[in-house]
Design a protein around this ligand. Structure first.
Ligand code: PDD
Length: 287
């Protein structure tokens, strides 16, 4: 089946989809994005993703490319046209196309919007979750405004590539004080020896992950012991369990951090239970 992308008002074959060479996303990484999960023909937590998109846009003073309801319609329609049952939908909004100049262009330049959607293999992800992943620590290399989901992901690309070259699937950023901030494209969690779940507060140093928020709801509902505080890499290396969360991975157990085996080297029971129950706590909208 041929894939379809939405580009600035038109649904076009994916292979022909293009934006202008002077799109500010291309020249300045002057844009933002969201990635939502599609699960069983349902889009997961669209309102929360749209709220965060609104936050990213307003922090960068980029206008919505169209009304929020219309953006939601385009997401649903792109999923439908690509016959996505389990997968991801991606939306990117940039400040638009203008002659290269660092200053914002005039107000009549419309933001650019691109939406793509594709199936991913749920069974491959579940198989990965049965063995768990390794993560590789990396010095924090990003600007402080990581609450904005900008397309300026070069620091993340470098951290994740370093993880890959060292046998890992994800990077864990460590700040100058030795605390883990988050993953290259995920939020980071541990379970202490006493069975307490720990994740860093979203006030600084991390993206306010939607999957993280859902897991927090789940943790509360299930009455699990929980602390929202920073944890050091040292503490993580001796944790009973570790895991990451993101729309692209859901709850993914971590079994190795650098050279340290976490727990017994197998996915922990809390991470596995949270993964199993994840969709009972999400907002699901039928596509
Ligand atoms: N990444 N932290 C960072 C730096 C991220 O890029 C992401 C998501 C998350 C998790 O957020 P959420 O739970 O809302 O997906 C945390 C997406 C999936 C990506 O870049 O592909």
């Amino acid at each position: 089946m041929s894939r379809i992308a939405y580009v600035n008002g038109q649904y076009v074959p994916h292979k022909d989809a293009a934006v202008h060479i002077e799109d500010r996303g291309y020249q300045f990484a002057d844009g933002v994005y969201e990635v939502c999960e599609v699960w069983d023909r349902k889009i997961v937590d669209m309102p929360r993703h749209m709220d965060r998109l609104g936050h990213s846009l307003s922090e960068l003073k980029i206008a919505w490319p169209m009304a929020r309801k219309a953006v939601e319609f385009v997401l649903l329609e792109t999923i439908r046209r690509n016959k996505v049952t389990d997968g991801l939908v991606y939306i990117q909004v940039t400040r638009g196309v203008a002659r290269r100049d660092h200053f914002f262009p005039s107000n009549d330049v419309m933001p650019s919007i691109v939406v793509t959607a594709r199936n991913t293999s749920r069974s491959a992800s579940d198989r990965q979750a049965e063995t768990g992943i390794s993560v590789v620590s990396y010095p924090e290399n990003r600007w402080p405004r990581v609450d904005i989901k900008t397309v300026a992901l070069l620091p993340n690309v470098l951290a994740k590539q370093n993880a890959k070259e060292n046998g890992g699937k994800e990077a864990w950023y460590v700040d100058a004080d030795g605390y883990v901030t988050e993953g290259g494209s995920t939020n980071a969690w541990i379970v202490t020896k006493d069975g307490v779940l720990v994740t860093r507060p979203a006030e600084s140093g991390i993206l306010r992950g939607i999957t993280r928020a859902v897991v927090l709801d789940l943790v509360e509902r299930e009455g699990l012991k929980f602390e929202e505080r920073a944890f050091s890499l040292e503490e993580a290396l001796v944790a009973r369990e570790a895991f990451v969360t993101a729309a692209s991975t859901l709850v993914m157990p971590v079994v190795k951090i650098d050279h340290a085996i976490i727990g017994n080297g197998h996915p922990g029971s809390i991470a596995t239970a949270l993964r199993d129950r994840f969709h009972t706590a999400t907002d699901l909208q039928v596509v």
